[in-house]
Design a protein around this ligand. Structure first.
Ligand SMILES: NC(=O)C1=CN([C@@H]2O[C@H](COP(=O)(O)OP(=O)(O)OC[C@H]3O[C@@H](n4cnc5c(N)ncnc54)[C@H](OP(=O)(O)O)[C@@H]3O)[C@@H](O)[C@H]2O)C=CC1
Ligand SMILES: CCCCCC/C=C/C(=O)O
Length: 502
């Protein structure tokens, strides 16, 4: 656990840190080619934080050209894996040295609580980079069981120039989930952070350069989706896109790829994640603690958040009561106050969207919460929902809003859980081992947690079934695989030309 400072001490750091404002391309900070800027605000106060380069297609072209040059000159892509490892470990050390500054910057830019930034986002970012760095020089290629006359070697090569398009809910961590395996594999990257939360990606790029990542290998192009994301997605010299964000924008990237060079596309998208609590669930107090964490951590701005509680009627009232008791411990307030667990939503526009969903609740159906503060804060809220067809049970709200659906059997619970377009995460609470295993298999989601809620860790793949995921997984060794291409090399071992491979 990181030692936390006082709110006053965090405020003092916030007032003194210098914020990066320019795009980072070819090893240097640069203004947008057209000289345009946009203002990023602190969502907790509405106060302007910094004026950031508003890049466009010209800047994307420049960054991709520099990334390609670096890839082809081999300054990174052809380094022995253990040398790339050394540089990435140096980067992890630099991030550790600057951890507090990064945590404050992240909290200011995104409204996330300093508690989470200090305890989760920054340390997990560092661990992720270390894990991929440590992994890269322990991966072996394969020799196929072909024949005595030939040797077929299957090797993995870096995918090339990769576009990484990021969301605003975990700006640092999603950056790490993508640059960790991409850089370790030897790719050059062009990162497009979300417009609302560009600061930490820029600072990490600067530190990566200081750690020894060569020019052109790690570029950050700031700006909007249409101005930067689309040209990157359509670029003919980008080999792959890895995206995290909404399902709607994910679809755009498939279209961009289809319309351009058929680049590989990996998408990690939304969720409407069920948590099933059966009548035989043990220790409802513990279950409630997991539900509260799953639903309200990071203000529910989490693609794997628990957003549908599917509970057997026999335990519903007791569970709801326990959830309310746990939520009382989740203080809402200034994100820079380390006692706060609920910070600000990312923007006024997103706050309005979440409030729009609260307004759709039936009269008397809001069992807990519903209050708002400061134009971007929403209390942890629980809403009784009569049918899984209700918009509150179907749409990804991406706020601290838990919809409760009441069921009468194991079968009904699983069917309700699976009745969604999404399939990112699911959890199941039961004291019956057979139901636990049957349920875990029946739930259609990329991650299923049984008698707990958790995000998994860096060792396990993260991604979704159905409209939650496409083309690959973040994390685990599987993430490494997607930033590489497979190549098969055949060698003739015979002396006789007639026996050679045609
Ligand atoms: N799975 C997840 O983790 C996330 C899910 N979401 C869901 O999406 C909803 C909307 O959030 P939003 O920020 O709009 O998410 P988006 O999916 O639109 O944004 C994700 C990234 O894609 C970029 N982008 C947006 N539009 C385009 C486009 N047409 N072409 C290329 N790139 C684009 C964004 O840029 P920019 O924002 O700078 O314009 C951002 O960098 C949320 O309410 C939530 O439901 C959101 C974030 C993360
Ligand atoms: C400590 C791990 C946090 C994982 C959060 C994953 C969320 C991803 C997303 O919303 O895209």
């Amino acid at each position: 656990m990181t030692d936390l400072l006082t709110a006053e001490e965090y405020a003092a750091i916030a007032a003194s840190i210098s914020l990066p404002t320019a795009a980072f391309i070819d090893g240097a900070f640069r203004p947008a080619a057209a000289g345009k800027t946009f203002v990023t605000v602190n969502p907790a106060t509405g106060a302007p934080l910094a004026e950031i380069a508003a890049c466009g297609a010209e800047d994307v072209d420049f960054a991709v050209a520099k990334a390609r040059d670096a890839f082809e000159n081999g300054s990174w892509s052809k380094l022995p894996p253990r040398e790339r490892k050394d540089v990435l470990i140096r980067l992890a050390k630099l991030l550790t040295r600057n951890a507090r500054e990064l945590a404050v910057m992240e909290s200011l830019d995104s409204g996330k609580t300093i508690f989470d930034c200090e305890q989760v986002d920054v340390p997990e970012t560092i661990d992720c980079l270390k894990w991929h760095a440590e992994t890269i020089d322990k991966l072996y290629d394969q020799v196929a069981p072909a024949s005595d006359d030939h040797m077929a070697v299957v090797v993995r090569e870096p995918a090339g120039v990769v576009g990484l398009v990021l969301p605003w809910n975990f700006p640092l961590l999603m950056l790490a989930w993508k640059i960790g395996p991409a850089l370790a594999a030897g790719c050059s990257v062009v990162v497009k952070p979300a417009e609302e939360s560009s600061l930490t990606a820029l600072r990490v790029a600067e530190l990566a350069h200081e750690a020894g990542v060569p020019r052109g290998v790690f570029n950050v192009v700031t700006g909007t989706g249409p101005e930067v994301g689309e040209p990157l997605g359509r670029h003919l010299d980008v080999d792959m896109i890895s995206f995290t964000g909404s399902t709607e924008t994910g679809r755009h990237f498939l279209r961009y790829a289809a319309d351009s060079n058929l680049k590989n596309v990996v998408l990690e998208m939304g969720g409407k994640n069920p948590c099933v609590v059966l009548e035989d669930a043990e220790n409802l107090d513990r279950v409630a603690a997991h539900v509260v964490n799953g639903a309200f951590w990071n203000m529910g701005e989490n693609c794997s958040a628990v957003s549908r509680l599917i509970v057997h009627h026999a335990v519903k009232d007791r569970l709801v009561e326990r959830i309310m008791a746990h939520v009382r411990e989740w203080r809402m307030g200034d994100p820079l106050d380390p006692a706060c667990r609920v910070g600000a939503l990312i923007s006024k526009a997103h706050f309005d969207k979440v409030c729009g969903y609260l307004a759709k609740a039936e009269k008397g159906a809001i069992l807990m919460g519903g209050a708002t503060a400061n134009g971007t804060q929403v209390e942890p809220t629980m809403i009784d929902v009569a049918s899984n067809d209700n918009v509150l049970a179907r749409d990804e709200i991406f706020g601290p809003v838990l919809s409760i659906l009441t069921v009468g059997s194991f079968e009904e619970a699983i069917a309700t859980a699976n009745d969604t377009d999404y399939g990112l995460a699911a959890s199941l609470f039961t004291g019956n081992a057979k139901r636990a295993l049957r349920g875990a298999r029946a739930l259609r989601a990329g991650t299923v947690t049984v008698n707990c809620f958790g995000e998994g860790d860096i060792t396990t793949p993260f991604g979704g079934y159905k409209q939650s995921g496409f083309g690959g997984r973040d994390n685990g060794i599987q993430a490494h695989d997607q930033y590489t291409q497979l190549k098969t090399i055949w060698l003739d071992l015979t002396d006789d030309l007639d026996e050679a491979v045609a």
